[in-house]
Design a protein around this ligand. Structure first.
Ligand SMILES: [Fe+2]
Length: 259
């Protein structure tokens, strides 16, 4: 294992913690819906992954931080045993957050030792573990967004000054693409999940793409212009779902002028 692998490990693990810096301990316990997980659970589960798949099999005489964690923080790996039901993850007021933070440090310190021993068997497992943790970083953010959206105080995870100004976007322009045959799927030799393979050819019809993402102000213009009441602006399936779910705006949209 190279020094850069250890640096990569530290960066990914630190990034997970950085995403939770704006949360209170209470924020990290609550589960806002069965499909979401508490932030505390994400912090523990990503550590369990390294403990179970790398430290237990490859760290000589490894002592688990807590044997109950195998049951509490396994997600859906049937081959490694039973697990706590996902819809009840928000009931785990114990172990406390402080224990989970110690758990992360326990796993990190042992992984660090193993990396310096340059054990050849863990290279691929470490890569999978880090991509797994990065997946959970995305889940962490989507779950936090759903949780905080239910709070009438409208708390924000990020400070307002870190968000770009609505007035900063340049006028949108459309870029034309010719289409034709294109390759999609993972390149050989790089990490990929099985759903990203095999690499194959597809035909793309000619298309246009805006040079930047749509702004909130532009989407508000669409709403104000009756975009959610005009079937001519929707594909058939989308319009059907819009009608049946009574969509009036994107998920999480709040019209501050009406509050
Ligand atoms: Fe997972």
């Amino acid at each position: 294992m190279t020094p850069s692998a250890e640096k990569w490990y530290q960066q990914v693990r630190q990034q997970t913690l950085a995403l939770t810096e704006g949360l209170s301990a209470e924020d990290m316990v609550v589960q806002s819906m069965p499909d979401a997980s508490p932030a505390k659970w994400h912090l523990a589960h990503t550590s369990w992954f390294f403990e179970h798949f790398i430290l237990q099999p490859y760290f000589q005489n490894y002592q688990c931080f807590n044997h109950h964690y195998q049951y509490l923080f396994n997600s859906y790996y049937d081959t490694v045993g039973s697990r706590h039901a996902r819809p009840q993850r928000g009931l785990l007021s114990r172990p406390p957050l402080s224990d989970i933070m110690q758990y992360r440090q326990h796993v990190d310190s042992h992984i660090s030792i193993l990396l310096r021993q340059q054990h050849p068997a863990i290279t691929d497992l470490l890569t999978i573990g880090l991509h797994h943790e990065m997946q959970h970083q995305e889940l962490l953010l989507t779950d936090i967004l759903h949780l905080l959206s239910h709070n009438p105080l409208a708390p924000a995870l990020l400070a307002a000054q870190s968000q770009p100004s609505l007035n900063a976007a340049a006028a949108v322009s459309m870029i034309c693409f010719d289409g034709g045959m294109a390759k999609i799927g993972a390149e050989a030799g790089s990490f990929s999940y099985d759903c990203e393979n095999p690499r194959h050819s597809v035909y793309l019809a000619p298309f246009k793409l805006a040079h930047r993402p749509v702004t909130n102000a532009e989407w508000q213009d669409f709403i104000s212009d009756g975009g959610y009441q005009n079937p001519l602006l929707w594909l058939s399936d989308g319009w059907h779902y819009c009608q049946s779910a009574n969509w009036q705006a994107p998920l999480y949209w709040r019209n501050l002028d009406q509050q």
